[in-house]
Design a protein around this ligand. Structure first.
Ligand SMILES: Cc1cc2nc3c(=O)[nH]c(=O)nc-3n(C[C@H](O)[C@H](O)[C@H](O)COP(=O)(O)O)c2cc1C
Length: 204
């Protein structure tokens, strides 16, 4: 079994994928289900995933992603979507906790009031939150893919307007990242160097 530490240490971005590999609906669903274990502010889960698997849809997405070959070759490319204004769904999303008695009415009301106080009327902050949540889910998805023996490759190399149009995104939805997932083909780069810890860590 791949441990979390193994997955963190062994994940690399792949450019080359086996174009003959097809992923089942169950496998795609499991990856997204694992990604949704990610944390999000107030548990607002302001993300959505579009799994592009058909050859035709892959070609259209590839065209919107500056023709990056991995979009056409990987078994699936996920469009990870962040939702601006996700706090508005909190009353519905945390109601099951109230119903189950996990929180009381005061905690429920406080949860929603605090979120509204933080996000209401702050469009940029809501957008930041959409990017944050979708990015955390993206990382979890990539680590889950590693754990399942797949290669992955995150991409920001795409035209957001074209991806939004292709995926029919709503006005409050942001295409945060594309993630190609599948079996690696030969020719991928080895692990890349990282900045030294001295350069990036401050302990106070
Ligand atoms: C937000 C983000 C966007 C990226 N966009 C692209 C991309 O469009 N095309 C690409 O080939 N790689 C892309 N990458 C991959 C990075 O180049 C890669 O993560 C980085 O070089 C570190 O390598 P590693 O992931 O193998 O550790 C992206 C990575 C991230 C996190």
């Amino acid at each position: 079994m791949t441990t979390a530490l193994d997955a963190i240490r062994s994940r690399t971005s792949a450019n080359h994928f086996d174009p003959t590999h097809v992923m089942s609906r169950e496998e795609v669903t499991e990856l997204v289900s694992l990604a949704t274990e990610s944390p999000s502010s107030f548990n607002m889960q302001n993300w959505r995933f579009i799994a592009v698997t058909s050859p035709e849809a892959k070609q259209r997405l590839k065209a919107a992603a500056f023709n990056q070959p991995k979009v056409g070759d990987a078994a699936v490319t996920f469009v990870v979507v962040g939702e601006v204004g996700g706090h508005k769904h909190l009353p519905r999303l945390i109601k099951p906790m109230l119903d189950a008695g996990a929180i009381n009415q005061a905690a429920y009301d406080g949860w929603i009031n605090m979120a509204n106080g933080l996000y209401e009327g702050k469009e940029q902050f809501q957008r930041d939150e959409a990017i944050r949540s979708a990015s955390l889910a993206s990382m979890t998805l990539m680590l889950a893919a590693t754990g399942k023996g797949y290669a992955s490759g995150a991409m920001i190399g795409f035209d957001p307007a074209a991806v939004s149009a292709e995926c029919g995104l709503a006005a409050n939805e942001v295409p945060v990242m594309l993630i190609a997932v599948g079996h690696a083909a030969p020719g991928n780069w080895p692990r890349k160097v990282r900045r030294s810890i001295d350069e990036i860590l401050t302990i106070r």
